[in-house]
Design a protein around this ligand. Sequence first.
Ligand code: UT7
Length: 331
Amino acid sequence: MSKITAAITAVGGYVPDFVLSNKVLESMVDTNDEWITTRTGIKERRILKDEGKGTSYLAIKAAENLINRSGVDPKEIDLVVVATATPDLLVASTAVYVASQIGATNAFAYDLQAACSSFLYAMSTASAYIESGRYKKVLIIGADKMSSIIDYTDRATCIIFGDGAGAALFEPNEEGYGLQDEYLRSDGAGREFLKIEAGGSLLPPSEDTVKNKQHFVHQDGRTVFKFAVSNMADVAEKIMMRNNLTHDDVSWLIPHQANLRIIDATAGRMNLEDSKVLKNIQRYGNTTSATLPLLLSDFESKFKKGDKLIFAAFGGGFTWGSTYLTWAYNS
Ligand code: UT7
């Protein structure tokens, strides 16, 4: 019997309508379009403005888009994982609500949090369940309402992040397509450099934490940048070497969209031409858990059966990694 591999069989995505451009940010903080464009590559990002809508709204929209595009019956889904750093609620998993809302009534569901690497880790989870034969349809959704944790008076963070969601369905494949290899890492020394200080068990919410803006994301951008550049490039290069892939073999790089300079550095180490490097950072900014599946959703029509995709991500924690996956279908 041939080994079962775990392949992506459908994708979906969603971004909210409201566009926050660099021009508008110029009127909110001391910044300018030229600085943001040259330092990050971002031109605009999408924001979920509607009151009373959280990350689940984005996740449901992305999942519904996948269901409409593929025709999959939600009742056949075994597991729903929502990868997110911005759950609707701290207790009561966002994924459970999402699963119910999309009609995945026979599934169990939970959230997974590894900051910007969440989707990469969720791919690992989905694949392990499929390869073991335990489940047949695993839906993973990367979704973040970053605007809910951003201080729009802090120019170091508010120019970077946006809201969005993307989804991928994993199923067994007997032709050998799907996830081939992964190289996932983490290092707790990184938690000082990118975090939300308050609201968790370490520092529960109080009047002081609100006053001191400790419920917003803070990052030491320069330090995170240094670690991101070297680690994302390292793992991408390692996974190519371990699988005897040259830059000619690689069809597409699917990199986390945090900063165009980090993406370029990773592609440079892989010796990959720019036309193989997928990007939508200019339109969406950094949507944290959603960057990788939004790329899959936006560029699905370009992928051909057998294409070799290298994913790479780096995020808070620190967490980072690279995954090698072969595409299983022609759309
Ligand atoms: O996805 C999760 C992981 N996160 C990341 O990967 C983010 C990694 N970090 C970055 O992408 C970059 O560090 C940033 C985009 C956040 C910042 O770019 P940078 O080139 O590292 O800038 P910097 O922080 O070193 O700041 C350079 C200068 C400073 O001025 P001085 O000290 O040189 O006078 C900043 O005060 O730019 C100034 N600056 C700004 N100027 C205009 C910082 N933010 C802004 C701004 N507009 N928004």
